[in-house]
Design a protein around this ligand. Structure first.
Ligand SMILES: Nc1nc2c(ncn2[C@@H]2O[C@H](COP(=O)(O)OP(=O)(O)OP(=O)(O)O)[C@@H](O)[C@H]2O)c(=O)[nH]1
Ligand SMILES: [Mg+2]
Length: 470
Protein backbone atom coordinates (compact mmCIF):
# COMPACT_ATOMS: atom_id res chain seq x y z
CA UNK A 1 0.00 0.00 0.00
CA UNK A 2 2.63 2.42 1.14
CA UNK A 3 4.93 1.25 -1.62
CA UNK A 4 2.44 1.87 -4.43
CA UNK A 5 1.67 5.29 -3.07
CA UNK A 6 5.32 6.17 -3.11
CA UNK A 7 5.78 4.69 -6.56
CA UNK A 8 2.80 6.67 -7.86
CA UNK A 9 4.23 9.77 -6.27
CA UNK A 10 7.52 9.22 -8.04
CA UNK A 11 5.66 8.81 -11.31
CA UNK A 12 3.75 12.02 -10.66
CA UNK A 13 6.97 13.89 -10.08
CA UNK A 14 8.49 12.38 -13.20
CA UNK A 15 5.37 13.33 -15.15
CA UNK A 16 5.52 16.87 -13.73
CA UNK A 17 9.13 17.19 -14.83
CA UNK A 18 8.21 15.93 -18.27
CA UNK A 19 5.37 18.43 -18.54
CA UNK A 20 7.60 21.39 -17.81
CA UNK A 21 10.09 20.24 -20.43
CA UNK A 22 12.70 19.37 -17.81
CA UNK A 23 14.89 16.30 -18.13
CA UNK A 24 15.99 14.04 -15.29
CA UNK A 25 18.94 16.28 -14.44
CA UNK A 26 16.46 19.08 -13.81
CA UNK A 27 17.47 20.97 -16.96
CA UNK A 28 14.64 22.67 -18.78
CA UNK A 29 14.53 22.88 -22.56
CA UNK A 30 12.38 25.43 -24.37
CA UNK A 31 12.11 25.24 -28.15
CA UNK A 32 11.44 28.72 -29.48
CA UNK A 33 10.38 28.98 -33.13
CA UNK A 34 11.12 32.24 -34.95
CA UNK A 35 9.32 32.68 -38.23
CA UNK A 36 7.95 35.30 -40.61
CA UNK A 37 7.79 35.95 -44.32
CA UNK A 38 10.97 36.79 -46.25
CA UNK A 39 12.80 39.88 -45.00
CA UNK A 40 10.54 40.22 -41.98
CA UNK A 41 13.54 40.45 -39.65
CA UNK A 42 14.10 36.89 -38.35
CA UNK A 43 17.89 36.84 -38.52
CA UNK A 44 18.30 40.25 -36.89
CA UNK A 45 15.76 39.30 -34.21
CA UNK A 46 17.58 36.11 -33.23
CA UNK A 47 21.03 37.72 -33.36
CA UNK A 48 20.01 40.62 -31.15
CA UNK A 49 18.01 38.39 -28.78
CA UNK A 50 20.98 36.11 -28.26
CA UNK A 51 23.40 39.04 -27.79
CA UNK A 52 20.99 40.59 -25.27
CA UNK A 53 20.72 37.30 -23.39
CA UNK A 54 24.48 36.94 -23.21
CA UNK A 55 24.69 40.56 -21.90
CA UNK A 56 21.46 41.49 -20.19
CA UNK A 57 22.09 45.19 -19.42
CA UNK A 58 19.33 46.29 -21.77
CA UNK A 59 16.73 43.69 -20.76
CA UNK A 60 14.95 45.32 -17.77
CA UNK A 61 11.58 43.81 -18.67
CA UNK A 62 12.94 40.28 -18.71
CA UNK A 63 12.29 39.68 -15.03
CA UNK A 64 14.92 37.01 -14.42
CA UNK A 65 17.49 39.48 -15.77
CA UNK A 66 16.33 42.53 -13.81
CA UNK A 67 16.09 40.42 -10.64
CA UNK A 68 19.72 39.45 -11.17
CA UNK A 69 18.87 35.73 -11.35
CA UNK A 70 20.72 34.89 -14.56
CA UNK A 71 24.04 33.72 -13.20
CA UNK A 72 25.51 32.79 -16.58
CA UNK A 73 24.52 32.66 -20.25
CA UNK A 74 26.48 30.81 -22.90
CA UNK A 75 26.17 29.21 -26.33
CA UNK A 76 26.27 25.44 -26.55
CA UNK A 77 26.22 22.82 -29.30
CA UNK A 78 22.60 22.33 -30.33
CA UNK A 79 20.86 18.99 -29.83
CA UNK A 80 19.94 18.36 -33.51
CA UNK A 81 22.93 17.14 -35.47
CA UNK A 82 21.34 17.40 -38.90
CA UNK A 83 20.10 21.01 -38.71
CA UNK A 84 22.52 23.78 -39.76
CA UNK A 85 23.65 25.96 -36.87
CA UNK A 86 22.35 29.55 -36.85
CA UNK A 87 25.50 31.47 -37.71
CA UNK A 88 25.34 33.84 -34.76
CA UNK A 89 28.99 34.95 -34.94
CA UNK A 90 28.80 35.89 -38.64
CA UNK A 91 25.51 37.79 -38.21
CA UNK A 92 26.75 39.58 -35.08
CA UNK A 93 30.01 40.29 -36.92
CA UNK A 94 28.06 42.07 -39.68
CA UNK A 95 25.98 44.12 -37.23
CA UNK A 96 28.99 45.21 -35.20
CA UNK A 97 31.43 45.61 -38.12
CA UNK A 98 33.08 48.82 -39.22
CA UNK A 99 31.01 50.01 -40.96
CA UNK A 100 28.13 47.89 -39.63
CA UNK A 101 25.94 46.10 -42.16
CA UNK A 102 22.77 44.00 -42.07
CA UNK A 103 23.29 40.23 -42.13
CA UNK A 104 22.80 38.30 -45.36
CA UNK A 105 19.46 36.83 -46.23
CA UNK A 106 19.07 33.24 -45.00
CA UNK A 107 17.43 30.50 -47.00
CA UNK A 108 16.63 27.57 -44.78
CA UNK A 109 16.02 26.32 -41.30
CA UNK A 110 18.77 26.80 -38.69
CA UNK A 111 19.11 26.38 -34.96
CA UNK A 112 21.06 27.72 -31.98
CA UNK A 113 21.16 26.73 -28.31
CA UNK A 114 21.62 29.37 -25.61
CA UNK A 115 21.91 27.97 -22.12
CA UNK A 116 21.13 30.02 -19.04
CA UNK A 117 22.09 29.27 -15.44
CA UNK A 118 19.14 30.65 -13.53
CA UNK A 119 18.84 31.13 -9.77
CA UNK A 120 15.40 30.25 -8.42
CA UNK A 121 13.17 32.99 -7.05
CA UNK A 122 10.63 33.16 -4.24
CA UNK A 123 10.55 30.48 -1.56
CA UNK A 124 13.16 28.29 -3.18
CA UNK A 125 15.70 31.07 -3.52
CA UNK A 126 17.71 30.19 -0.42
CA UNK A 127 17.34 26.42 -0.76
CA UNK A 128 18.29 25.51 -4.31
CA UNK A 129 21.27 26.20 -6.50
CA UNK A 130 20.91 27.55 -10.04
CA UNK A 131 19.12 25.45 -12.70
CA UNK A 132 20.05 25.22 -16.35
CA UNK A 133 17.53 26.33 -18.95
CA UNK A 134 18.33 25.54 -22.57
CA UNK A 135 16.71 27.83 -25.10
CA UNK A 136 16.76 26.17 -28.52
CA UNK A 137 15.99 28.85 -31.10
CA UNK A 138 14.80 27.66 -34.51
CA UNK A 139 14.79 30.06 -37.47
CA UNK A 140 12.55 28.90 -40.34
CA UNK A 141 10.87 30.67 -43.28
CA UNK A 142 7.17 31.45 -42.81
CA UNK A 143 6.64 30.48 -46.45
CA UNK A 144 7.13 26.87 -45.39
CA UNK A 145 4.05 27.09 -43.18
CA UNK A 146 1.99 28.18 -46.17
CA UNK A 147 2.72 24.76 -47.66
CA UNK A 148 0.51 23.19 -45.00
CA UNK A 149 -2.49 24.14 -47.18
CA UNK A 150 -1.11 21.91 -49.95
CA UNK A 151 -1.60 18.79 -47.85
CA UNK A 152 -5.38 19.03 -48.17
CA UNK A 153 -5.29 19.58 -51.93
CA UNK A 154 -4.98 17.26 -54.88
CA UNK A 155 -2.79 18.28 -57.77
CA UNK A 156 -5.86 19.28 -59.82
CA UNK A 157 -7.31 21.38 -57.00
CA UNK A 158 -4.00 23.10 -56.43
CA UNK A 159 -3.54 23.76 -60.16
CA UNK A 160 -7.02 25.24 -60.48
CA UNK A 161 -6.54 27.63 -57.56
CA UNK A 162 -3.08 28.75 -58.67
CA UNK A 163 -4.11 29.25 -62.29
CA UNK A 164 -7.18 31.29 -61.37
CA UNK A 165 -5.04 33.57 -59.19
CA UNK A 166 -2.36 34.16 -61.77
CA UNK A 167 -4.84 34.93 -64.56
CA UNK A 168 -5.03 38.55 -63.47
CA UNK A 169 -1.38 39.10 -62.59
CA UNK A 170 1.07 40.89 -64.84
CA UNK A 171 3.90 39.03 -63.15
CA UNK A 172 2.50 35.78 -64.62
CA UNK A 173 2.46 36.86 -68.28
CA UNK A 174 5.60 34.91 -69.16
CA UNK A 175 4.45 31.76 -67.44
CA UNK A 176 1.04 31.97 -69.15
CA UNK A 177 2.81 32.25 -72.49
CA UNK A 178 4.95 29.17 -71.79
CA UNK A 179 1.91 27.24 -70.56
CA UNK A 180 -0.50 28.12 -73.40
CA UNK A 181 0.71 25.62 -76.05
CA UNK A 182 1.34 22.78 -73.55
CA UNK A 183 -0.78 19.63 -73.81
CA UNK A 184 -0.83 18.07 -70.34
CA UNK A 185 -2.21 14.79 -71.70
CA UNK A 186 0.75 14.46 -74.06
CA UNK A 187 3.81 12.34 -73.39
CA UNK A 188 6.14 13.54 -70.61
CA UNK A 189 9.13 15.41 -71.97
CA UNK A 190 11.66 16.24 -69.26
CA UNK A 191 12.89 19.34 -71.07
CA UNK A 192 9.35 20.66 -71.24
CA UNK A 193 8.77 19.84 -67.56
CA UNK A 194 11.91 21.76 -66.65
CA UNK A 195 10.96 24.75 -68.79
CA UNK A 196 7.52 24.88 -67.19
CA UNK A 197 8.91 24.57 -63.67
CA UNK A 198 11.50 27.26 -64.36
CA UNK A 199 8.88 29.65 -65.77
CA UNK A 200 6.61 28.95 -62.80
CA UNK A 201 9.47 29.58 -60.35
CA UNK A 202 10.25 32.83 -62.09
CA UNK A 203 6.61 33.85 -61.77
CA UNK A 204 6.71 33.10 -58.03
CA UNK A 205 9.78 35.30 -57.61
CA UNK A 206 8.18 38.10 -59.64
CA UNK A 207 4.93 37.81 -57.69
CA UNK A 208 6.78 38.04 -54.44
CA UNK A 209 8.79 41.04 -55.61
CA UNK A 210 5.46 42.65 -56.56
CA UNK A 211 4.31 42.26 -52.97
CA UNK A 212 2.22 39.06 -53.16
CA UNK A 213 2.64 36.58 -50.35
CA UNK A 214 0.61 33.62 -51.63
CA UNK A 215 3.68 32.12 -53.28
CA UNK A 216 3.54 28.36 -52.72
CA UNK A 217 5.14 25.84 -52.97
CA UNK A 218 7.50 27.52 -50.52
CA UNK A 219 10.60 25.57 -51.58
CA UNK A 220 10.38 26.90 -55.11
CA UNK A 221 11.51 30.21 -53.68
CA UNK A 222 13.90 28.77 -51.11
CA UNK A 223 15.09 25.47 -52.63
CA UNK A 224 18.26 24.98 -50.55
CA UNK A 225 19.82 21.65 -51.48
CA UNK A 226 16.65 20.51 -53.27
CA UNK A 227 17.33 22.83 -56.23
CA UNK A 228 16.90 21.01 -59.53
CA UNK A 229 15.48 17.82 -58.00
CA UNK A 230 12.24 16.27 -59.37
CA UNK A 231 10.24 17.27 -56.26
CA UNK A 232 10.77 20.88 -57.38
CA UNK A 233 10.28 20.25 -61.10
CA UNK A 234 6.55 20.61 -61.52
CA UNK A 235 4.07 23.37 -62.33
CA UNK A 236 0.28 23.78 -62.39
CA UNK A 237 -1.58 22.58 -65.50
CA UNK A 238 -5.21 23.17 -66.52
CA UNK A 239 -7.54 20.18 -65.92
CA UNK A 240 -7.68 17.32 -68.41
CA UNK A 241 -6.83 13.67 -68.96
CA UNK A 242 -3.76 12.20 -67.33
CA UNK A 243 -2.94 8.94 -69.15
CA UNK A 244 0.08 6.86 -68.13
CA UNK A 245 3.43 8.51 -68.89
CA UNK A 246 1.75 11.83 -69.63
CA UNK A 247 3.10 15.17 -68.49
CA UNK A 248 0.06 15.74 -66.29
CA UNK A 249 0.37 12.34 -64.60
CA UNK A 250 4.05 12.96 -63.79
CA UNK A 251 3.42 16.50 -62.56
CA UNK A 252 0.74 15.17 -60.22
CA UNK A 253 3.15 12.51 -58.97
CA UNK A 254 5.85 15.09 -58.24
CA UNK A 255 3.32 17.29 -56.46
CA UNK A 256 2.50 14.34 -54.19
CA UNK A 257 6.22 13.66 -53.67
CA UNK A 258 6.71 17.30 -52.67
CA UNK A 259 4.00 16.90 -50.06
CA UNK A 260 5.28 13.63 -48.62
CA UNK A 261 9.03 14.21 -48.87
CA UNK A 262 9.35 17.94 -48.27
CA UNK A 263 6.28 19.32 -46.50
CA UNK A 264 5.47 16.49 -44.09
CA UNK A 265 9.06 15.99 -42.84
CA UNK A 266 9.38 19.70 -42.05
CA UNK A 267 6.23 19.66 -39.95
CA UNK A 268 7.19 16.44 -38.24
CA UNK A 269 10.86 17.18 -37.53
CA UNK A 270 10.72 20.88 -36.73
CA UNK A 271 7.31 22.40 -36.41
CA UNK A 272 5.65 19.83 -34.16
CA UNK A 273 8.43 20.16 -31.58
CA UNK A 274 8.07 23.91 -31.00
CA UNK A 275 6.89 25.10 -27.55
CA UNK A 276 6.84 28.85 -28.03
CA UNK A 277 6.59 30.80 -31.27
CA UNK A 278 7.22 34.33 -32.45
CA UNK A 279 5.79 35.39 -35.83
CA UNK A 280 7.54 38.47 -37.20
CA UNK A 281 5.75 40.79 -39.60
CA UNK A 282 7.10 43.71 -41.57
CA UNK A 283 3.81 45.56 -41.25
CA UNK A 284 5.33 48.95 -42.07
CA UNK A 285 6.81 47.60 -45.29
CA UNK A 286 3.41 46.24 -46.38
CA UNK A 287 1.65 49.51 -45.49
CA UNK A 288 4.21 51.34 -47.59
CA UNK A 289 3.51 49.00 -50.53
CA UNK A 290 -0.19 49.90 -50.44
CA UNK A 291 -3.61 48.40 -49.64
CA UNK A 292 -3.21 45.33 -51.88
CA UNK A 293 0.00 44.33 -50.11
CA UNK A 294 -1.64 44.75 -46.70
CA UNK A 295 -4.62 42.61 -47.68
CA UNK A 296 -2.36 40.02 -49.18
CA UNK A 297 -0.22 39.95 -46.07
CA UNK A 298 -3.31 39.62 -43.88
CA UNK A 299 -4.42 36.62 -45.93
CA UNK A 300 -0.95 35.04 -45.78
CA UNK A 301 -0.85 35.58 -42.01
CA UNK A 302 -4.13 33.84 -41.49
CA UNK A 303 -2.92 30.94 -43.68
CA UNK A 304 0.32 30.77 -41.71
CA UNK A 305 -1.49 30.85 -38.43
CA UNK A 306 -3.79 28.04 -39.45
CA UNK A 307 -0.78 25.84 -38.78
CA UNK A 308 -1.13 26.70 -35.10
CA UNK A 309 -4.59 25.15 -34.97
CA UNK A 310 -3.76 21.48 -35.24
CA UNK A 311 -7.45 20.56 -35.16
CA UNK A 312 -7.89 21.93 -38.65
CA UNK A 313 -5.71 19.34 -40.28
CA UNK A 314 -5.75 15.59 -39.70
CA UNK A 315 -2.04 15.19 -40.36
CA UNK A 316 -1.14 17.92 -37.85
CA UNK A 317 -3.52 16.68 -35.15
CA UNK A 318 -1.86 13.33 -35.33
CA UNK A 319 1.59 14.90 -35.10
CA UNK A 320 0.73 17.03 -32.10
CA UNK A 321 -1.38 14.46 -30.27
CA UNK A 322 -2.68 16.94 -27.75
CA UNK A 323 0.60 18.84 -27.36
CA UNK A 324 0.38 22.46 -28.40
CA UNK A 325 2.38 25.59 -28.99
CA UNK A 326 1.87 27.29 -25.64
CA UNK A 327 2.53 30.92 -26.54
CA UNK A 328 2.51 32.84 -29.80
CA UNK A 329 3.80 36.38 -30.13
CA UNK A 330 2.92 38.47 -33.21
CA UNK A 331 5.53 41.15 -33.55
CA UNK A 332 5.60 44.06 -35.98
CA UNK A 333 9.32 44.52 -36.61
CA UNK A 334 11.46 47.55 -37.51
CA UNK A 335 9.46 49.84 -35.18
CA UNK A 336 12.53 52.10 -35.01
CA UNK A 337 11.26 53.59 -38.30
CA UNK A 338 8.56 55.26 -36.21
CA UNK A 339 8.79 57.76 -33.37
CA UNK A 340 7.58 56.05 -30.16
CA UNK A 341 4.51 58.30 -30.16
CA UNK A 342 3.23 56.08 -32.99
CA UNK A 343 4.16 52.67 -31.59
CA UNK A 344 0.78 52.06 -29.97
CA UNK A 345 -0.87 52.55 -33.36
CA UNK A 346 1.46 50.05 -34.99
CA UNK A 347 0.63 47.55 -32.23
CA UNK A 348 -3.09 48.17 -32.80
CA UNK A 349 -2.67 47.52 -36.53
CA UNK A 350 -0.76 44.35 -35.73
CA UNK A 351 -3.51 43.26 -33.36
CA UNK A 352 -6.18 43.91 -35.97
CA UNK A 353 -4.20 42.17 -38.71
CA UNK A 354 -3.95 38.98 -36.73
CA UNK A 355 -7.28 39.20 -34.88
CA UNK A 356 -9.02 36.29 -36.64
CA UNK A 357 -6.05 34.08 -36.33
CA UNK A 358 -5.41 35.05 -32.72
CA UNK A 359 -8.96 34.35 -31.69
CA UNK A 360 -8.64 30.87 -33.08
CA UNK A 361 -5.24 30.25 -31.53
CA UNK A 362 -6.60 31.32 -28.18
CA UNK A 363 -9.41 28.89 -28.69
CA UNK A 364 -6.83 26.16 -29.18
CA UNK A 365 -5.34 27.04 -25.79
CA UNK A 366 -2.32 29.11 -26.82
CA UNK A 367 -1.58 32.38 -25.08
CA UNK A 368 -1.12 35.15 -27.69
CA UNK A 369 0.07 38.75 -27.73
CA UNK A 370 0.80 41.44 -30.34
CA UNK A 371 3.70 43.89 -30.02
CA UNK A 372 5.67 46.45 -32.03
CA UNK A 373 9.43 46.03 -31.64
CA UNK A 374 12.81 46.73 -33.18
CA UNK A 375 15.34 43.98 -32.67
CA UNK A 376 18.12 46.40 -33.51
CA UNK A 377 17.47 50.07 -33.11
CA UNK A 378 19.06 51.94 -36.04
CA UNK A 379 17.60 55.40 -35.36
CA UNK A 380 17.34 58.11 -32.73
CA UNK A 381 14.25 60.22 -32.09
CA UNK A 382 13.88 63.96 -32.33
CA UNK A 383 11.22 66.62 -32.72
CA UNK A 384 11.68 69.16 -35.51
CA UNK A 385 9.72 72.27 -36.51
CA UNK A 386 7.81 71.71 -39.73
CA UNK A 387 5.59 74.44 -41.19
CA UNK A 388 5.57 76.10 -37.80
CA UNK A 389 4.47 73.06 -35.79
CA UNK A 390 6.43 70.31 -34.04
CA UNK A 391 6.88 67.02 -35.88
CA UNK A 392 8.14 63.78 -34.27
CA UNK A 393 10.76 62.21 -36.51
CA UNK A 394 13.46 59.55 -36.40
CA UNK A 395 17.03 60.10 -37.56
CA UNK A 396 19.46 57.57 -38.96
CA UNK A 397 22.02 56.79 -41.64
CA UNK A 398 20.49 55.98 -45.01
CA UNK A 399 21.49 52.61 -46.39
CA UNK A 400 21.59 53.82 -50.01
CA UNK A 401 24.10 56.67 -49.61
CA UNK A 402 25.40 56.67 -46.04
CA UNK A 403 23.95 60.14 -45.41
CA UNK A 404 22.22 61.18 -42.20
CA UNK A 405 18.52 61.91 -42.61
CA UNK A 406 15.54 62.81 -40.46
CA UNK A 407 12.51 60.81 -41.51
CA UNK A 408 8.77 61.17 -41.02
CA UNK A 409 6.94 58.14 -42.42
CA UNK A 410 3.43 59.64 -42.23
CA UNK A 411 0.90 59.38 -39.40
CA UNK A 412 -0.56 55.93 -38.86
CA UNK A 413 -4.29 56.16 -38.13
CA UNK A 414 -5.59 55.77 -34.57
CA UNK A 415 -8.15 53.31 -35.85
CA UNK A 416 -6.58 50.28 -37.60
CA UNK A 417 -9.74 49.98 -39.70
CA UNK A 418 -8.47 52.94 -41.73
CA UNK A 419 -5.69 50.65 -42.93
CA UNK A 420 -7.48 47.32 -43.01
CA UNK A 421 -10.80 48.31 -44.61
CA UNK A 422 -9.38 49.88 -47.79
CA UNK A 423 -7.07 46.88 -48.00
CA UNK A 424 -9.93 44.41 -47.70
CA UNK A 425 -12.07 46.39 -50.17
CA UNK A 426 -9.46 46.27 -52.89
CA UNK A 427 -8.50 49.98 -52.86
CA UNK A 428 -5.55 50.94 -55.08
CA UNK A 429 -4.12 53.69 -52.88
CA UNK A 430 -4.44 55.00 -49.36
CA UNK A 431 -7.00 57.79 -49.14
CA UNK A 432 -5.35 59.80 -46.39
CA UNK A 433 -1.92 60.05 -47.95
CA UNK A 434 1.21 58.01 -48.30
CA UNK A 435 3.25 55.98 -45.89
CA UNK A 436 6.90 56.01 -46.65
CA UNK A 437 9.71 53.70 -45.65
CA UNK A 438 13.41 54.34 -45.68
CA UNK A 439 16.08 51.78 -45.23
CA UNK A 440 18.52 52.71 -42.52
CA UNK A 441 21.93 51.20 -42.01
CA UNK A 442 22.61 49.75 -38.58
CA UNK A 443 24.15 52.39 -36.32
CA UNK A 444 27.80 51.89 -35.24
CA UNK A 445 27.79 50.26 -31.82
CA UNK A 446 29.89 51.18 -28.85
CA UNK A 447 28.60 48.84 -26.19
CA UNK A 448 29.32 49.26 -22.49
CA UNK A 449 30.37 46.03 -20.79
CA UNK A 450 27.26 44.08 -19.86
CA UNK A 451 25.07 45.74 -22.49
CA UNK A 452 23.70 44.04 -25.59
CA UNK A 453 22.76 45.93 -28.78
CA UNK A 454 20.06 48.64 -28.50
CA UNK A 455 16.53 47.51 -29.28
CA UNK A 456 12.89 48.41 -28.71
CA UNK A 457 10.80 46.06 -26.54
CA UNK A 458 12.90 42.98 -27.26
CA UNK A 459 12.95 42.41 -23.50
CA UNK A 460 9.15 42.42 -23.33
CA UNK A 461 9.03 39.95 -26.19
CA UNK A 462 11.48 37.70 -24.33
CA UNK A 463 9.50 37.97 -21.09
CA UNK A 464 6.29 36.96 -22.86
CA UNK A 465 7.91 34.13 -24.79
CA UNK A 466 9.94 32.39 -22.09
CA UNK A 467 10.23 34.64 -19.00
CA UNK A 468 7.74 32.42 -17.15
CA UNK A 469 10.15 29.49 -17.38
CA UNK A 470 13.21 31.27 -15.98
N1 LIG B 1 15.73 49.59 -38.86
C1 LIG B 1 15.63 48.27 -38.69
N2 LIG B 1 15.72 47.46 -39.75
C2 LIG B 1 15.62 46.12 -39.55
C3 LIG B 1 15.45 45.55 -38.25
N3 LIG B 1 15.39 44.21 -38.39
C4 LIG B 1 15.52 43.95 -39.71
N4 LIG B 1 15.67 45.10 -40.41
C5 LIG B 1 15.79 45.26 -41.88
O1 LIG B 1 15.15 44.16 -42.50
C6 LIG B 1 16.08 43.42 -43.31
C7 LIG B 1 15.79 41.95 -43.21
O2 LIG B 1 16.12 41.48 -41.91
P1 LIG B 1 16.54 39.95 -41.68
O3 LIG B 1 16.67 39.76 -40.21
O4 LIG B 1 17.66 39.55 -42.54
O5 LIG B 1 15.19 39.28 -42.20
P2 LIG B 1 14.91 37.72 -42.42
O6 LIG B 1 13.47 37.51 -42.08
O7 LIG B 1 15.92 36.88 -41.72
O8 LIG B 1 15.09 37.65 -44.00
P3 LIG B 1 15.33 36.33 -44.92
O9 LIG B 1 16.41 35.53 -44.25
O10 LIG B 1 15.73 36.88 -46.24
O11 LIG B 1 14.01 35.65 -44.96
C8 LIG B 1 17.46 43.81 -42.78
O12 LIG B 1 18.43 43.68 -43.78
C9 LIG B 1 17.23 45.25 -42.35
O13 LIG B 1 17.33 46.13 -43.46
C10 LIG B 1 15.36 46.45 -37.14
O14 LIG B 1 15.18 46.06 -35.97
N5 LIG B 1 15.47 47.79 -37.42
MG1 LIG C 1 17.11 35.39 -42.31
Amino acid sequence: MVLTTIADGVLDVAQGIYDTGADLFGDTTIRLGVTGLARSGKTVFITSLVANLLDQGRMPHLLAASEGRIAAAYLQPQPDDTVPRFDYEAHMGALTGNPPSWPDSTRAVSELRVSLRVKPNGLLAGLQGPRTVHLDIIDYPGEWLLDLGLLDQSYDEWSASVLSRLEKRDSAADFRAVLAPVDGGGKLDEVQAKTLAAAFTEYLHAARAAGYYDCTPGRFLLPGDLAGSPVLTFAPLPPGDAPRRSLRREMARRFEAYKSQVVRPFFRDHFARIDRQVVLVDALGAIHNGPAAVEDMRAAMSEILAAFRPGRNAFLSQLFRGKRVEKILFAATKADHLHHSQHARLTAIMEALTRDARDRARFAGADTQALALAALRATTEETVQHDGSPLDVVRGTLLENGKQAAFYPGALPDDPAHILSPAANGAQDWLDGDYKVMRFAPAPLTLRPGDGPPHIRLDRAAQFLFGDRL
